[in-house]
Design a protein around this ligand. Structure first.
Ligand SMILES: [Zn+2]
Length: 182
């Protein structure tokens, strides 16, 4: 919950920055719009994903390359809203990027998995990305246990041309509503 609260605060702060810095510039010629490009840490599922930078380089926290914010095109979904969302969007693809053992519940911390979830562990995602090609135009909800691996997976999907990607914020460990679990 603290993380979500923090995210909301960052978001408000971000909107504040938009209002004060981006809007006045947007009245200037288009060539200046590149100057507004913000950079973020390559999604790594840590707090540093929320930081904004004015230019490229490396994230000082996780040492991952900073990338253009516009290249990160996935959204988050609140675990409390997930089961309803799936019910209302029956075509949505559910991608579990945890290990096979976690997916099958053969681990000490068994958080369960989603009904109709498919499992591609994040370590194999780039290699197996072609198997997801039939779902390229569909919405894909990516999840793991604590939303550390799933943002990385969501970004891999974005890089490979999947544009309707949603990350389960907090991961399966935050799923209190069990209706859509297997
Ligand atoms: Zn980082």
């Amino acid at each position: 919950m603290m993380k979500q609260l923090q995210r909301s605060l960052y978001f408000l702060l971000f909107v504040g920055i938009l209002n004060t810095s981006v809007l006045p510039l947007s009245a200037q010629p288009l060539k200046n719009s590149k100057l507004n490009e913000k950079y973020v840490c390559t999604p790594c599922g840590q707090e540093c994903d929320e930081s904004l930078y004015d230019k490229g380089g490396k994230c000082t926290v996780c040492m991952m390359p900073l990338i253009k914010k516009s290249s990160v095109r996935f959204k988050d979904i609140d675990p409390a809203k997930l089961c309803n969302y799936i019910a209302e969007h029956p075509g949505v693809v559910l991608l579990d990027v945890r290990t096979k053992e976690e997916f099958e519940g053969r681990v000490k911390d068994d958080y369960g998995t989603l009904k109709n979830g498919i499992n591609i562990p994040i370590q194999q995602l780039e290699k197996k990305i072609k198997t997801l090609n039939p779902f390229k135009q569909k919405e894909i909800i990516v999840y793991c246990s604590h939303s550390h691996r799933s943002p990385q997976a969501a970004y891999i999907l974005n890089k490979n041309g999947f544009n309707k990607v949603i990350n389960l914020a907090g991961g399966m460990s935050e799923m209190k509503d069990k209706r859509c679990l297997k």
